[in-house]
Design a protein around this ligand. Structure first.
Ligand SMILES: NC(=O)c1ccc[n+]([C@@H]2O[C@H](COP(=O)([O-])OP(=O)(O)OC[C@H]3O[C@@H](n4cnc5c(N)ncnc54)[C@H](OP(=O)(O)O)[C@@H]3O)[C@@H](O)[C@H]2O)c1
Length: 344
């Protein structure tokens, strides 16, 4: 049996190019003692993977050249030499960008009907779709929850602004803020279609297309009384605009800065940082990896909202391992609404 997997051949400079990668055929690995073999069903592609393609020092090791890349994935166990995991179980793990993965059992987390019985999505008590463990109830969902509640210290009545608002993290931040009692939620996104979705389907109070005019002006119009929380997924002029609209005691949670990930020169910083003094404002970066203690609370609280449809989510699904790279590039371009998933 043949496995196909994506290797990084060279470190991209600026926008990643197809020749920086190769889809390579290898034999399907055999699980050793205490290991399982998983046939992946859903692969995650995420903006942070751009960082791991670079050799620059960061919070996690770079992808190795000439080797298979990594990422979140959900698959079915097709062979098991490990206690407690049976053939047919579904597991969440970190060996994406490939069709088959072999791993020590400790790196595979069981998901699906038997693993999380409290999370149901519909009246027939079906469990959540497996892909949800990569998005709305997975890493990106926890990022939204931890960033909003812990880093931004969200409280009832806050006016919340989130950028990248039609994406996986952003769409959950905005809806969580509404469900938890925000007085006003404003989102920005890169197309009129996405803006319409934010207001009409996700219940944002206001939204704007950042490509239609200066962010600062559009934000002032959407939040005439200022903002208490800014959840930053984008950086650049969005961050400067948010500082400009920040109310007294405002908090900025820096989750991501996707506008700079492909830059070849350092991006200029916000020109108005002195406003943080007047407003006693706080700006703080965070990594989801530091907040996994919140995972049980997050699933318990947000799972039922997903089940009842109070918290809506979309996925953009691309089919086939051969399209894994294109799906990743699509996230950087903004092709996705909600979580970008590759279905195998
Ligand atoms: N701190 C953490 O632990 C953590 C964890 C997960 C994710 N993140 C960060 O959170 C952010 C969102 O991640 P995600 O997985 O939910 O991705 P996503 O929002 O689903 O997809 C990325 C989106 O970014 C937008 N974008 C691309 N270039 C842009 C630009 N120059 N200016 C403004 N928007 C741009 C695109 O939408 P438009 O059409 O709207 O442009 C695209 O759909 C990223 O910055 C990511 O790095 C951080």
């Amino acid at each position: 049996m043949i496995n196909r997997e994506w290797h990084l051949l060279s470190r991209p400079v600026g926008w990643p190019k197809p020749e920086d990668f190769a889809l390579v055929e290898t034999p399907v690995p055999t699980p050793g003692e205490g290991q399982v073999l998983v046939r992946n069903k859903y692969l995650s592609v995420d903006p942070y993977m751009r960082g791991r393609m670079s050799a620059a020092k960061s919070y996690t090791a770079p992808f190795e050249l000439g080797k298979v890349m990594q990422g979140g994935a959900v698959g079915e166990v097709v062979a098991s030499n490990a206690e407690g995991i049976e053939t047919g179980d579904h597991v969440l793990h970190f060996f994406g960008w490939r069709e088959y993965a072999v791993m020590d059992a400790k790196h595979a987390v069981k998901v699906g009907p038997t693993a999380v019985p409290s999370v149901k999505v519909d009246a027939d008590a079906q469990d959540v779709p497996l892909s949800a463990y990569l998005g709305v109830l997975g890493m990106t969902g926890l990022t939204a929850y931890a960033g909003l509640l812990r880093t931004a210290s969200f409280k009832e009545g806050d006016v919340v602004f989130v950028s990248g608002a039609a994406g996986a993290v952003g769409s959950e931040v905005g809806q969580l803020a509404k469900l938890l009692g925000a007085s006003r939620v404003i989102g920005s996104a890169g197309s009129d279609e996405k803006v319409k979705l934010l207001v009409e389907e996700y219940g944002f109070d206001a939204a704007f297309n950042y490509k239609n005019g200066p962010v600062a002006e559009q934000l002032r119009e959407a939040a005439p009384d200022g903002i208490d929380v800014y959840f930053d997924n984008v950086g650049g002029d969005h961050l400067e605009a948010a500082i400009g609209s920040l109310n007294q005691g405002g908090r900025i949670a820096v989750c991501g800065m996707i506008s700079v990930y492909n830059n070849t020169e350092p991006a200029p910083g916000p020109k108005n940082l002195a406003r943080l003094i007047q407003t006693r404002g706080r700006i703080e970066g965070f990594l989801v990896g530091d907040h996994y203690d919140l995972q049980p609370e997050f699933v318990q609280k947000v799972g039922p909202w997903v089940a009842s449809g109070e918290l809506k989510y979309r996925e953009t699904v691309v089919e086939g391992i051969e399209n894994n790279l294109e799906a990743f590039l699509g996230v950087l371009r903004g092709d996705n609404i909600g979580k970008m998933i590759v279905k195998l």
